[in-house]
Write a protein that binds this ligand. Structure first.
Ligand SMILES: *Cc1c(COP(=O)(O)O)cnc(C)c1O
Length: 360
C-alpha cells in the first residue's frame, strides 16, 4: 500500500510524519497505559497535551496575550450562527463581504439574527476577484465586519487585511490559517475548521479578543457562548480530545519546518509552480485575477471539458487523487495545503504537461 497525493479541499492531507508519530502512540500514550482517545479530558495527561498544543499555536501565530484560543466542535459552519449571537450586543446590523460560496453561507445564517449589509461583493465577476477596499461601503454602526480571506471553492484570496477602524473585524480563516504569517492583532476574531490546514475534522479553532466576551444575546445556547468555553479552557464539556492532540502534533511539525515563515516560503513556491503550469499554454486555465490567486486552493479547467474524465482517471493512476473540481466551478481543483509535499506538486505538474501534450 502506498499513500497518494491527496488534493482534496477537506478533510485534507495531514503530514505523513504526524500520522506516523500518532500511529506509534496509538495504543499507548506516554506510559499512560491507554490511547489518547481513552484519556480523561480532566486528567493531568490530557491537560498537558492541551496546553502544549495551545502554547505552540500561540507561538506559531504570535497570538497576543489578550486573545483567548478556544478548541471547539461544530465546524466553521457553526460559527456562522455563533458570531451574530455572541457579537451583535445592542447593535442590530453587521457588515459582510461576499467573495464566494462560504461568504454566502455566513451571510445567509447571519440574516436570521440581524440586518446584514453586504458592503462589498465580487459576485458580478463570478467570484474571480476581490473587491478593492476603496469600494467598500462600511457602516460605522455595524456590530462587526465579517469576511472570508480565502475562498476555498473559487480559489480567491485577499492580499490585504481591511482596516475597519473601531468596528471589530472577523475572519473565516478555515482554508488559509497557518499557511503564512498573519497579524492577529488586526482581528477581533479568527475562526477555522481544522480539517483543511490544522488536523482532523471535529475540531474548530476560535481566536477571540477578550473584550468581546460576555455580550452574547440572552437566548444564546450555553454551548455556543464563547464565554462558556473561554472560562473553562474549552473544557466545559468533553472537547474533541483526539483531534486536539493531533492538531498539537501538526503544530510541532510546523515549528520544525521553521514556523509560518518557513512554511509560507514552501507554499509560495508550490503555488507558483502550479500556476506556471496552468498559464504555460492555452490547454489549462484559471479565471482568477492574478493578484488574488489563492496559495491553497487552485481551480483550473481544461480547454476541452470532454477530456475531464480522462484527465482524472490518468491522474489517479499516477497517485494524484481527488482533483475533481467543485460542481459550481467545474473542471479541476488542487487544494495544496501545508501538508501537500512539494513532490506532489512536481508530480502533478509533470502529469499536466504530459497530458496537455498528448491531447493537443
Ligand atoms: C470548509 C469551509 C467552511 C466549512 O467548514 P466546516 O468545518 O465543514 O463547517 C467554512 N468556511 C470556509 C472558508 C471553508 O473552507
Amino acid at each position: 500500500m502506498s499513500r497518494v497525493f491527496n488534493f482534496s479541499a477537506g478533510p485534507a492531507m495531514i503530514p505523513e510524519a504526524v500520522i506516523k508519530k500518532a500511529s506509534e502512540e496509538m495504543l499507548e500514550w506516554n506510559n499512560e497505559g491507554m490511547s489518547v482517545m481513552e484519556i480523561s479530558h480532566r486528567g493531568k495527561a490530557f491537560m498537558s497535551i492541551a496546553s502544549k498544543a495551545e502554547a505552540n499555536l500561540r507561538t506559531l501565530m504570535s497570538i497576543p496575550d489578550n486573545y483567548k484560543v478556544l478548541f471547539l466542535q461544530g465546524g466553521a459552519s457553526q460559527q456562522f450562527s455563533a458570531i451574530p449571537l455572541n457579537l451583535l450586543g445592542d447593535k442590530t446590523s453587521a457588515d459582510y463581504v461576499n467573495t464566494g460560496m462560504w461568504s454566502k453561507k455566513a451571510i445567509a445564517e447571519a440574516k436570521k439574527y440581524c440586518t446584514v449589509n453586504v458592503v462589498a461583493s465580487s459576485e458580478d465577476s463570478g467570484f474571480t476577484t476581490i473587491p478593492d477596499f476603496s469600494s467598500w461601503t462600511l457602516n460605522p454602526d455595524a456590530a462587526y465586519v465579517h469576511y472570508t480571506p480565502n475562498e476555498t471553492i473559487g480559489g480567491v484570496e485577499f492580499d490585504y487585511i481591511p482596516d475597519t477602524g473601531n468596528v471589530p473585524l472577523i475572519a473565516d480563516l478555515s482554508s488559509t490559517i497557518l499557511s503564512r504569517p498573519i497579524d492577529v492583532s488586526k482581528f477581533a476574531m479568527i475562526y477555522a475548521g481544522a480539517q483543511k490546514n490544522v488536523g482532523p475534522a471535529g475540531l474548530t479553532l476560535v481566536i477571540i479578543r477578550e473584550d468581546l466576551l460576555g455580550n452574547a444575546s440572552a437566548m444564546t445556547p450555553t454551548m455556543l457562548n464563547y464565554k462558556t468555553h473561554a472560562e473553562t479552557d474549552s473544557m466545559y464539556n468533553t472537547p474533541p480530545t483526539y483531534s486536539w492532540y493531533l492538531a498539537g502534533l501538526v503544530f510541532e511539525w510546523l515549528l520544525e519546518k521553521g514556523g509560518l515563515e518557513g512554511i509560507s516560503a514552501i507554499n509560495k513556491s508550490k503555488a507558483e509552480k502550479l500556476y506556471a503550469a496552468i498559464d504555460k499554454g492555452d490547454f489549462y486555465a484559471n479565471p482568477v485575477e492574478i493578484r488574488y490567486r489563492s496559495w491553497m486552493n487552485i481551480p483550473f479547467t481544461l480547454k476541452d471539458a470532454s477530456l475531464d474524465a480522462e484527465f482524472l482517471e490518468q491522474a489517479a493512476k499516477k497517485g494524484l487523487a481527488t482533483l475533481k473540481g467543485h460542481r459550481s466551478v467545474g473542471g479541476m481543483r488542487a487544494s495544496i495545503y501545508n501538508a501537500m509535499p512539494e513532490e506532489g506538486i512536481d508530480t502533478l505538474v509533470e502529469f499536466m504537461n504530459e497530458f496537455a501534450q498528448a491531447n493537443s
